[in-house]
Design a protein around this ligand. Structure first.
Ligand SMILES: NC(=O)c1ccc[n+]([C@@H]2O[C@H](COP(=O)([O-])OP(=O)(O)OC[C@H]3O[C@@H](n4cnc5c(N)ncnc54)[C@H](O)[C@@H]3O)[C@@H](O)[C@H]2O)c1
Ligand SMILES: O=C/C=C/C=C(\O)C(=O)O
Length: 470
């Protein structure tokens, strides 16, 4: 595991251990970047800005495709690194995480190639008129700080548009999952990305590379994905120099199941949306409200499906496993456990890992911590509702507003309910179906701004207006 600064690989810094989530064993180490290396990375990124800005959009677009080609060429290595870091099933990394990293670079390469600028012809009293047109400039040096759950997908979801728009980047992946970021740096070097355009430093957040980047006067903007609490800390650091921030934060996503839904589809969809990556996806459903006439049937089918789940992965760390289990203990004390509720016994080396059973709960009050706080594990709470108005109100209550699912067979109800939800993304009769051109992000404590398509290109650009008197 190495840093990548100014086109050079570097392993300086105090090593920190890397732990296999499936077995709980130390399997490697990575260097924590010292402060001077973070300073050097910012300096290299700043120095590279000028030459990089001279690249045409067509040249940057071709380079992004070359990076995508590089990831494709080392696909299995990326899958192995992603699974080693996160413990996620190989099938998930090879069908979601790594293909999406490739798609992230290709979609922004194509969007950039086709991006036009707007202009206006302005009439003037002398009749000769004026021409107003927009020029998009890069923000400058961007710090990209990413979480441990979808390490490569979420890192490249920011790096691709940041590079596409002519910025230079210092990436700081989670200290729990540095592996795929290291491979990405090698792909960048092999693709002849100019030195200093993409830099990578490893280490922690507070009192580490993460904090030093967010406080650094040489960093012009911060793109962050992580906990809402961390977002608040970063926003305070950015406020000191009014640096723009793009935040993708926490969630406590609700599902609404109406009696007119296809129940089998709703159960299968909720099993996916609650237990994919063992609930360690920001879009996962952690609370489901079910119309009363079908509550028992839905609860019974979902609990049976959760009990039958196999091949799921562990929590990313012992600390995260302990956090999730603490919520299970509270739920068992105050409510009903319909499935799971503990940690599985395998009677093999996995017993040293950070596993939690897929868990279905019910019977807790709406103000209970399990129903209100983000757990970020394989845990979903069910509660009944009687009216559509009540369902929307239940879903909209709480500090978060990232995503939601609506299961209904009534098309009018779908178009009435989905827009009424205070979230950034609502799926109807599906989950996590993604079009990369659409706005992606949350409201309330779930984030600031939107990623995806022009939304990312706009965040990473400064639009300038030029007015020419004719
Ligand atoms: N909205 C989304 O798109 C989205 C996507 C994935 C994860 N998440 C959220 O991320 C969280 C899980 O990820 P996590 O545990 O890695 O989050 P986290 O906030 O603990 O860490 C995220 C990143 O921030 C760094 N960091 C931590 N403290 C910092 C500080 N003070 N200054 C600068 N950097 C700091 C970490 O090193 C890591 O790289 C969950 O809350 C989840 O909801 C949101
Ligand atoms: O864990 C959170 C998942 C985020 C997913 C995306 O950012 C995406 O699908 O673009």
């Amino acid at each position: 595991m190495r840093h990548y600064v100014g086109g050079e690989f570097d392993a300086s810094g105090v090593p920190f251990p890397l732990v296999d989530p499936a077995r709980g064993t130390v399997v490697g180490e990575a260097p924590a970047a010292p402060r001077e290396l973070v300073d050097r990375a910012v300096g290299a990124a700043r120095e590279a800005l000028g030459p990089w800005a001279s690249w045409s959009p067509a040249e940057r677009s071709r380079l992004l495709h070359r990076i995508a080609d590089g990831i494709e060429g080392r696909f299995e290595e990326f899958v192995t690194a992603e699974c080693a870091d996160t413990g996620k099933p190989r099938e998930l990394a090879s069908t979601v995480d790594i293909p999406r990293a490739i798609a992230n670079f290709r979609s922004y390469a194509d969007l950039l190639a086709g991006r036009g600028e707007r202009s206006w012809h302005t009439t003037t009293p002398d009749g000769r008129g004026a021409l107003n047109y927009t020029v998009h400039k890069p923000l400058g040096v961007v710090a990209v700080i990413s979480p441990w759950n979808l390490p490569l997908l979420l890192l490249t979801w920011k790096v691709a548009p940041a590079l596409a728009t002519g910025n230079t980047v210092i990436a700081k992946p989670s200290e729990l999952t540095p592996g795929t970021a290291c491979l990405l740096a090698e792909v960048m070097a092999d693709a002849d990305v100019p030195a200093g355009v993409f830099n990578l430093v490893h280490g922690g957040g507070a009192d580490g590379a993460g904090q030093w980047l967010t406080e650094h006067p040489g960093v012009d903007a911060i793109a962050f994905t992580g906990e809402s609490r961390t977002g608040g800390t970063i926003m305070r650091a950015a406020a000191a120099r009014l640096a723009p921030v793009s935040f993708e934060l926490g969630g406590k996503n609700a599902g609404l199941v109406f009696a007119d839904a296809d129940l089998d589809q709703a159960v299968a969809g909720t099993l996916r949306s609650s237990f994919t990556h063992s609930g360690q996806v920001c879009l996962c459903t952690e609370r489901v409200y079910v119309e009363r006439p079908v509550f028992d049937a839905f609860a019974e089918a979902l609990a049976a499906g959760a009990r039958a789940l196999s091949g799921y992965g562990p929590m990313v760390s012992a600390a995260h496993r302990d956090k999730v289990v603490s919520y299970l203990d509270k739920a068992a004390a105050d409510g009903d456990v319909l499935a799971g509720g503990g940690t599985p016994r395998f009677s093999d080396e996995r017993d040293g890992g950070f596993w939690v059973e897929p868990t279905v709960l019910a019977g807790l009050p709406e103000d209970h911590p399990v129903v209100r706080e983000e757990i970020f594990g394989p845990v979903v709470h069910l509660a009944p509702f009687d009216t559509e108005v009540e369902a929307v109100s239940l879903a909209n209550t709480g500090p978060y507003g990232l995503a939601a699912t609506v299961w209904t067979g009534d098309v009018s109800r779908a178009h009435r309910v989905a827009p009424a939800l205070d979230v950034g993304i609502a799926w109807v009769n599906t989950w996590n179906l993604r079009d990369l051109r659409t706005p992606f992000g949350g409201v309330k404590a779930s984030g600031i701004g939107r990623e995806g398509g022009d939304h990312s290109l706009d965040f990473f650009s400064e639009p300038m207006n030029v007015c020419v008197k004719l």
